[in-house]
Design a protein around this ligand. Structure first.
Ligand code: GDP
Length: 359
């Protein structure tokens, strides 16, 4: 925690991923599947459970994806999934006026097709100009499906009968047609050359894990190819984040669960946090991460850490947080002028107020 940080100040952070889609189309199951696969593939501790988010490092993605991913092709460190799916969290969580998520997965049930919340989600993605891919979920429910757990889509596709393949194709093309009706040119992901122009559709099953290797590969490729510049941050600089949730925590008082998307936050930092009436100026009392399950006995569920760098989910305990708001900005002051930081936070709060009024 010294001021002479020897790390390369410019480094690439993890892209932040949000999952959207109609209720019951499988958002939660898909996140659970990704988390579960990552735990199975990883050595203990390889997947890090953050507060409100799950980090899946590149080496885990490449072991899940097998031949689909060569880790040498990538220098982004992995993907950080926000644990709360749905568009409420997507629209309330912002960064500097834009969406907090850098990239999104829109989940569509292949049987149920487009539904009202699918359209709402598309509208939100369009307005926030968030790149996304479509997970065409529940492919295992196609009548006659022959499941092969956790397989890449190509392998599992090969092992289906012609009838089944045809049924799946029909459903996938219907989704592609629906996307096109909404003004998004889309295709099956392996046919997409330019993911900036076309939306890739990835057939998956959150139940059997089929297509999950493809989904992770496409997300990683898309981020690496089109978002690398935005991921370049000053890791050692003063942290910038967004409040996910304000929570009372036994022994710590009011805490803010925060997604950090730039810089570092340290246990001795001064913070400015967006409040209901005005920015709150406070000092970090503790930075808390979930304690690994194996270590939980009578101790706290959390462990204190000295510092965290973006992108990460962290619980911050500090005085005066009772009026903090979900969706509000958090900024570390460090060696800057406090009034300037307060002004920045005020400006961001004003942006949020305008956006909320428009909705
Ligand atoms: P959410 O509301 O979008 O988060 O949807 P959930 O993840 O809660 O899923 C809704 C229901 O669909 C649950 O009963 C899941 O078990 C089921 N489900 C989700 N994904 C799949 C899938 O890929 N295949 C099958 N067969 N069922 C699924």
């Amino acid at each position: 925690m010294s001021d002479t940080d020897t790390r390369d100040p410019t480094s690439l952070r993890t892209p932040i991923v949000a999952v959207l889609g109609h209720v019951d189309h499988g958002k939660t199951s898909l996140l659970d599947k990704i988390r579960g696969s990552a735990v199975i593939e990883g050595e203990a501790g390889a997947i890090t459970q953050h507060i409100g988010a799950t980090a899946v490092p590149l080496d885990i993605i490449s072991s899940i994806a097998g031949d689909l991913v060569d880790p040498d092709d990538f220098d982004l460190p992995g993907l950080l999934f926000i644990d709360t799916p749905g568009h409420h969290s997507f629209t309330t969580l912002r960064s500097r006026g834009g969406a907090l998520a850098d990239i999104a997965i829109l989940v569509v049930d292949v049987n149920d097709g487009f539904q009202p919340q699918t359209l709402e989600a598309l509208d939100i993605l369009r307005r926030s100009q968030t790149p996304f891919i479509v997970a065409a979920n529940k492919i295992d429910t196609v009548p006659g499906w022959n499941a092969s757990e956790d397989s890449p889509i190509n392998d599992t596709y090969e092992s289906q009968s012609d009838r089944v393949r045809q049924r799946l194709d029909e459903r996938l093309y219907e989704i592609i047609g629906n996307l096109s009706d909404e003004g998004f040119s889309a295709d099956l992901y392996w046919r997409v050359q330019n993911f900036q122009r076309n939306v890739g559709v990835v057939p998956v099953s959150a139940m059997t894990g089929e297509g999950v290797p493809d989904l992770l590969t496409v997300m990683m490729g898309l981020s690496q190819r089109y978002m690398k510049e935005e991921m370049e941050i000053d890791v050692t600089g003063p942290g910038v984040g967004t409040v996910l949730e304000v929570k009372e925590e036994k022994g710590f008082g009011t805490t803010i669960d925060t997604v950090l998307y730039d810089g570092t936050i340290r246990a001795d930092d001064q913070l400015v946090v967006g409040g209901m009436n005005e920015p709150i100026v406070t000092d970090v009392r503790a930075l808390l991460q979930p304690r690994p399950l194996a270590e939980i006995r009578t101790e706290s569920r959390f462990e204190k850490v000295d510092e965290v760098s973006a992108a990460a989910g962290i619980k911050v305990a500090a005085p005066e947080l009772a009026n903090a708001m979900a969706g509000a900005p958090v900024r570390v002051v460090r060696d800057r002028d406090l009034d300037d930081v307060i002004e920045e936070v005020q400006a961001e709060l004003a942006d949020i107020a305008v956006d909320t009024a428009e909705e």
